[in-house]
Design a protein around this ligand. Structure first.
Ligand code: DAH
Length: 335
């Protein structure tokens, strides 16, 4: 039967053309050629069905339909395949901003420490360092803190259960409880005048809460020379606090006692409706000057020790000191 052969060659041609098409335009051309409603080759074949002998018609009609459906399916499958990458491509909007890489930042405490060093540097103070592992001589004895003083209680300090390192230390070792140790180290090595600050970690087994941590940072300041006065101390601290926290900062000096200063003051900062202690200060005690070989009749000095965390908390309205040490990126990336 000629007509069945015609179906077969139509089908072969159509499937070959479909598989050869490689773009949406080409597949559309194939569709028009083989399935087009007006002049497509299918149209011609359909006319053949009409011409078939009545007894052959059921077979011819069935075959026609099979061929038609087969070609349509193959064409649609190919069309979908060709359209797909285009759809995926258009889903990418190249005009959208890209994903910025996350940049690391300096820790807020490091920023504060850098600011402190810079501010004190501008006031003429040299920045020096001291060790965190100290001996009793530098942490207590030379600072005029007597043996029976509560600050020396083993329960108030992190004493190290080690033999004295290299044998060079004076007395048992501990993690320093204050940066005042650096005053002794500097004065023991230098002749006056001295004008230094030292910033670093200190350690105390305090109960941890919103304003206390067993490791925190202090900035120690020391100025020794001819006629250094308490008025200068107050000026330096006031200028410093205003430079870091702004003109509106309220600080007050409250009479106090430290073994290494006489007279001594505590420095408080306005904290909401209240005051918060941010450090201690005073005129270097004559006993301390003598311990480092200075003559208290010749020179005088002031010293101060400030808690870095509390200044940083005040500046950034941080209400809990523990945030500094948790390394929560959501907190850290705000600075
Ligand atoms: N070292 C004291 C403390 O940690 C703070 C302090 C007070 C430091 C008076 C000083 C000072 O230099 O003169 O509590």
């Amino acid at each position: 039967m000629d007509v069945l052969e015609a179906f077969q060659s139509y089908e072969q041609d159509a499937l070959a053309a479909i598989s050869a098409a490689s773009t949406s335009e080409e597949i559309e051309a194939v569709r028009i050629e083989f399935l087009g409603k007006k002049k497509g080759r299918l149209k011609t074949l359909q006319a053949e069905v009409g011409k078939a002998a009545p007894e052959d018609r059921p077979v011819v009609g069935k075959k026609f339909n099979e061929v038609k459906v087969g070609v349509e399916e193959a064409l649609n499958a190919k069309k979908q395949e060709l359209d797909k990458p285009k759809a995926a491509l258009s889903a990418i909007d190249i005009t959208l901003p890209g994903i910025a890489p996350q940049l690391g930042k300096t820790h807020p405490l490091t920023q504060t420490i850098d600011d402190f060093k810079e501010l004190m540097g501008r006031l003429g103070f040299e920045v020096v360092d001291g060790p965190e592992i100290e001996d009793e001589h530098h942490n207590f004895v030379a600072l005029n803190i007597p043996e029976d003083h509560p600050a020396r209680d083993p329960l108030e300090n992190f004493y190290l259960a080690t033999a004295n390192i290299a044998g060079g230390s004076e007395g048992p070792l501990l993690l320093r409880s204050q940066t005042s140790t650096v005053q002794i180290r500097v004065m023991s090595e230098r002749k006056p005048p001295v004008r230094i600050v030292s910033v670093g970690r200190v350690y105390r087994p305090d109960t941890i809460d919103a304003t206390h941590s067993c490791m925190f940072h202090q900035m120690e300041g020391l100025m020794v020379g001819d006629d250094v006065t308490m008025a200068q101390l107050k000026s330096v601290l006031s200028i410093f606090a205003r430079s870091y926290l702004g003109e509106g900062v309220e600080i007050r000096f409250r009479p106090s006692f430290f073994p290494f200063t006489e007279p001594s003051v505590e420095v408080d900062m306005r904290w909401g409706d209240d005051w918060l202690e941010v450090g201690g200060a005073g005129m270097v005690d004559p006993n301390v000057l003598k311990a480092v070989g200075y003559d208290p009749e010749e020179v005088s000095g002031f010293a101060f020790g400030l808690g870095i965390e509390r200044f940083c908390m005040q500046r950034h309205q941080i209400t809990d000191i523990r945030r500094f040490y948790e390394n929560d990126v959501r907190f850290l990336e705000q600075f």
